[in-house]
Design a protein around this ligand. Structure first.
Ligand SMILES: [Fe+2]
Length: 274
């Protein structure tokens, strides 16, 4: 083959190759890089506003949940001697380790034969005492209330408490009662007037307003549809070792340990129902 023919053959082969390459490029589908898309964040759905019912009533006993059953004695959130500004260590120990423990044990004993009651919360039982069998109703009322009331009581006191109210509750107290001093006087007066044993409370009533109420024995404000924001125990077991019969002095000193931070938290939770 002479050089002329080799050149012709070479051009021919190169030409065929280019044609094949051209077709192969066209045959291959062009894959476009897909644009990065961001799935739009789900539009937050609004929580429907509903009228509170016993089922959706905000938790009463603790930060995260209602008081579950069987009941458990919560530990004191500070040393028994930490509230000496108002309550002596021995009173705190007896009050928590004996009295509160007895409410817990008595409540559990009362409901141990009733699995359906054990699946409910203490709050649920107290809000609907008629659903509790009559033969244990009073026991559940007294001891369920005792457990719930004392669980709240330990939380709304603090070694770092006392002084003027802070946060939103301070303004609401002024608005409702005129001043903190006015509120304190009314609260102490209601606690002093409670004949026998019971509690004095600052509650949020079903109309959403702050109100001072007093309950006898271990009755809980939730039995009347009120949300307990703060409360003082005026049973003699709460103060008698130091104050003997001087309940008024105990009521006065108690303000030195009020945990306004927790009171504010409870007030905020109570507002969720209205
Ligand atoms: Fe008590």
């Amino acid at each position: 083959m002479n050089s002329f023919l080799r050149k012709i053959l070479g051009f021919f082969i190169v030409g065929i190759g280019m044609v094949i390459l051209l077709f192969s490029c066209q045959a291959t589908p062009v894959t476009q890089s897909q644009p990065t898309t961001t799935t739009p964040a789900a539009t937050p759905t609004e929580t429907p506003t509903t009228t509170p019912t016993p089922a959706n009533f905000p938790p009463v006993a603790s930060v995260n949940s209602e008081a579950t059953l069987p009941a458990q004695l919560p530990p004191l959130p500070y040393a028994a001697s930490a509230l000496e500004k108002a309550i002596d260590a021995q009173t705190m120990q007896l009050h928590h380790d004996r009295h509160h423990a007895a409410y817990v044990n008595n409540l559990n004993e009362a409901i141990k034969q009733s699995p359906d009651l054990q699946n409910r919360s203490v709050e649920s039982l107290l809000r609907d005492l008629n659903s509790v069998p009559e033969n244990i109703r009073t026991t559940v009322r007294n001891n369920g209330g005792g457990h719930l009331n004392h669980t709240i009581f330990w939380q709304i006191m603090s070694p770092n408490g006392g002084g003027q109210p802070t946060g939103a509750i301070a303004g609401e107290i002024n608005k409702t009662f005129g001043s903190f001093e006015g509120f304190r006087k009314q609260f102490n007066s209601a606690g002093g007037d409670r004949f026998g044993s019971g509690w004095v409370w600052l509650v949020r009533n079903p109309q959403g307003q702050l109100q001072i109420v007093s309950t006898p024995n271990q009755d809980s404000p939730i039995m009347d549809g009120n949300y307990p924001i703060m409360g003082n125990d005026v049973w003699e077991h709460a103060y008698y070792l130091r104050y003997q019969n001087r309940r008024a002095e105990y009521l006065d000193n108690w303000w030195n340990v009020v945990n306004w931070e927790e009171v504010n938290r409870r007030s905020q939770v109570s507002g969720q129902r209205s």
